[in-house]
Design a protein around this ligand. Sequence first.
Ligand code: FAD
Length: 479
Amino acid sequence: NTALVWFRRDLRSFDNAALSQALAQFDRVHCAFVFDTEILDALPARRDRRVEFIWHAVAELDRALAELGAGAGVPGAGLIVAHGRADREIPALARELGVQAVLTNRDYEPEALARDARVMQALARDGIAFRAFKDQVVFESDEVLTREGRPFSVFTPYRNAWRRQLDPARLQPFPVASNAARLAPRPLQRDNMPALAALGFEPTDLAALRLPTGMSGGRALVDDFMGRIGRYREARDYPALKGVSYLSTHLRFGTVSVRELFARALAEGSEGAQCWVDELIWREFYQMILWHHPRVVSASFRPEYDRVRWEDDPAGFEAWQEGRTGYPIVDAGMRQLRQSGYMHNRLRMVAASFLTKDLGIDWRLGERHFAALLNDYDLAANNGGWQWAASTGCDAQPYFRIFNPVTQSERFDPKGGFIRRYVPELARVPERYIHAPWKMSAADQAAAGVRIGRDYPAPLVDHGEARQRTLARYAVVKG
Ligand code: FAD
C-alpha cells in the first residue's frame, strides 16, 4: 500500500507528524509540495521574500529526502514539486501515483481548511483517504479548554492550563529516518524542481538579510539563540539588541520543529527560557482563537468594537507605511519592515498602536499592510497582534491605555541606536532629542545636520490631541 505526503507549512524531513505516520503505516511513501497558484497569484508583488524563502526550503527538503532515501537503499527518492491549484494538483497526483491515502499536517486558517475540504472531497470520489495530523502546535483547536469545557479568551489562564496539560511525551520527536527505506523513488516525469522564474517570481534581497533559509538555516538560528536564551527576558524588548530568536519565519513554514523548541527551552529552564516558552504559547493561543472564531479575520473579536468609526486618511496611512510620521521610533520600525520584512515585536506594538490610536485608522488596513510585507506573516498571530493593539481583540490592551510613542522610544531605545540605524537623517541628532527631534532649536537642528519639516517630517499629529480624539472615538463601546 502506498501513500502521498503533502507538505505545506511543515517544510522539514525530521520530527514531522504526517511524514512519520505515513512511513510507519505504508510500504511506499511519495512526498509532494505544490506551489499553489491560489496563494501565489494573490500576493501583491512578484518580488516576495517569502516565496524565495519557501523556494529554498523546498529545494533543501527535496535534497534531504533524497539523502534519507539513498541512505536507506532507495535511490531516486525526493520531493515531487508541482505548480498549480493545490486542490487540483494533489488529487491528480494521488490518482497518477495510485496511492490509497494522502497524509498532511493540519493548517488552521479558514481558507486552508476550506481548501483541504475540497481536496478531501475530490480524493473521496476516487476512493482515496485524506488524513490530517497535528504538527505545528503542541495543543490544537479544542485540546486546552476551561473547566466548563469552553475555549479560553484570556491568555494567562490558557497558558496555565496549557502548562498543566503538558507532559514530556508530547514533545517527543516523530521518527522519520528509521523508516526511510519506505520512501518511494520519484517518478521520472516528476523530477522537476521549478526555477523561481518559472513560478513567475523574481529574486529578492533575501540573501543579503540575516535570515538563513531551510532546515539548515533554522538549525543555525536555534543553536545561536539557545546560547543566549537565558537573557531573553531582559533583552527581548530592546530592538537595538540581539535579544529575540528571529525564528518566526521558520516557525511559520515549519523548517524548525516546535516540539523540539519547547523541549530545548524547558530543559534549559532559566527565567529567560520560561519567558520564551510563554511566547510560543501565545502562538498557540492565537491559533486556537482563530480556529474557534474565524470571523476575527475581518471583524473585531469583541463585536461592540465594530461600532468604532475610523478616520478616512489615505495621506496619513501612506506616511505611516513609508515611515514618515515624524515619530522616530514609529518610522524606524516601519522602515525596518520595508527594508527587511521583519519588525521587532515592541515596534509592531508601537506602530500598530500609532496607526489605530494616533491616526485613528482602522486596524484592518494596518493588518493587511503587515500581511503584505512580513516574512513571518501568520494570519493568527498578525490578527491577534493587531486586535490586541487596537483594543478590539480578546485579552487586548484596554482602549484607554494608549502608547505614547515618545515614552516608548525613551524606554526601549534609550540611546536611539535603533532609530539611527533605520532613520539615517537623524544619525547626528543628540540623545536627548532623538525621541522627539521637533523639539530641537534651529541651531540644534543645524548642528545635527537635519532640518525638521524638510529633511525629516514634523510630527503628523500631536500625540496629546490624538489621545483625546481616540478616547472619544472609543467611547461608543461603552454605550
Ligand atoms: P521571539 O520573541 O523569539 O518569540 C518566539 C516565537 O514566539 C516567535 O517566533 C513567534 O512564533 C512566537 N510569538 C512571539 N510573540 C508572539 C505573539 N505576540 N503572538 C503570537 N506568537 C508570538 N508574529 C508572527 O509570527 N507573525 C505575524 O504576522 C505577526 N504579526 C504581529 C503583528 C502585531 C501588530 C504584533 C504586535 C505582533 C505580531 N506578531 C507576529 C508577534 C511577534 O511580534 C513576532 O512573533 C515576533 O516579533 C517574531 O520575532 P522572533 O521570532 O524573534 O520572536
